[in-house]
Design a protein around this ligand. Structure first.
Ligand code: NAP
Ligand code: MG
Length: 330
């Protein structure tokens, strides 16, 4: 995989662009502030009733509403939720923006799975930071930068990757490293990683481990401290030293236990399920289901969120967080 740093990126590639950022949430604010501190002048597009409007005004940005989008803007950065890109594009962008505008995405989902069908004359690029906006902003301020992916999907100008690199530089990412990928790999990799490990897998492992302990008589506080409370420590060791490095830093009892249980927990049946999930994501089945759920007013998703909120672990975790901060229990 190719990696680019500061010396390969030239801000000249985007200096003359008229930049519009759609959304002012986690990434929108970080992109906006970093671009401005780099000397560019983005405008922010927000709904008139947007919750972030006050912050964008306090941050002193020029703000327009979606119905004011027109052909003035030559570089448009999509930092609104991925599942609404299709609707937003149809309603506010199609036929109103320049055919040859550069469209920038921070996740390849909506382009790769065909939610948006922009003009074939547009440049379509990816600049996807490896972390939330708060880190993107903080690392820019600390002069370290947060790494990111870049990719091109359409390159009519012949400058798509140069523009992506310039934008990556403007948000500070070239300081940390910019990795060249494809829309397909980023879209599938991001979604698979979230589902199998980072979000779906990890939370369910924590929840089930906690529940079994409590069911078998271990006090909830004790069960919490042996599960949710310590995952960041182990994840941190894996990130810093690798799995082998982590294994050298835990107790021998923990290591022996790990050797006995790892492939019993994630066994070949689980591996087959991972494969099936991967295939469904790749075939676009997950994206179709997700868009159907969106059209269905997110009814199942709201139920799921409710069930997470009422989970027993949630109550213990809230109590323990405040106990550990030294606050009195209510
Ligand atoms: P976010 O924090 O949820 O912010 C979304 C912004 O879009 C908010 O300003 C929100 O308005 C606005 N918005 C929501 N619904 C809208 C609608 N129907 N019409 C117009 N505007 C609407 O999103 P985000 O996490 O920054 O994600 C933005 C992009 O970055 C996504 O493509 C995501 O995949 C990508 N990304 C995110 C992360 C991350 O860690 N967050 C990391 C890498 C890439 P309000 O101001 O009213 O809330
Ligand atoms: Mg993601």
């Amino acid at each position: 995989m190719r990696i680019f740093r500061d010396d390969k990126a030239d801000l000249k590639q985007i200096r003359a662009e008229s930049i519009l950022i759609l959304g002012y949430g986690s990434q929108g604010r970080a992109f906006g502030l970093n671009l401005r501190d780099t000397g560019l002048n983005p405008t922010i597009c927000l709904k008139s009733n947007s919750r972030s409007k006050k912050t964008a005004i306090e941050d002193n940005f020029d703000i327009i509403t979606p119905s004011q989008i027109d052909s003035r803007y030559s570089l448009i950065i999509f930092l609104i939720p991925d599942h609404i890109h299709g609707d937003f594009f149809e309603r506010y962008l199609a036929g109103r923006i320049r055919d040859d505008a550069t469209l920038v995405f921070a996740h390849a989902y909506s382009i790769h799975f065909g939610l948006i069908k922009p003009s074939p004359k547009a440049d379509i690029i990816l600049v996807a930071p490896h972390g939330p906006g708060i880190d993107l902003r903080q690392k820019y301020l600390d002069k370290g930068g947060l790494s990111c992916f870049i990719a091109e999907y359409q390159n009519n100008s012949g400058k798509a990757i140069k523009r992506a690199l310039a934008l990556a530089k403007a948000i500070g990412a070239t300081k940390a490293g910019v990795f060249l990928t494809t829309f397909e790999h980023e879209a599938i990799g991001d979604i698979f990683g979230e589902q199998v490990l980072l979000c779906g897998g990890l939370s369910e492992l924590v929840r089930k481990a906690y529940t079994i302990m409590v069911k078998n008589g271990i006090p909830p506080e004790n069960a919490y401290l042996e599960t949710a409370h310590q995952i960041d420590l182990l994840a941190g060791l894996i990130k810093r030293y690798g799995i082998h490095g982590m294994s050298e830093r835990i107790s021998k009892t923990a290591l022996y236990g790990m050797s006995q249980t790892s492939d019993k927990i994630i066994d070949t049946a689980a591996e087959k399920r991972f494969e099936r999930i991967f295939k469904q994501i790749k075939a676009g089945k997950f994206a179709r289901q997700w868009q159907d759920e969106y059209k269905n007013d997110l009814k199942n998703l709201k139920e799921f969120s409710k069930s997470l909120k009422s989970d027993r672990l949630e109550k213990t975790s809230k109590r323990m967080r405040s106990l550990l901060k030294g606050k009195r229990q209510k």
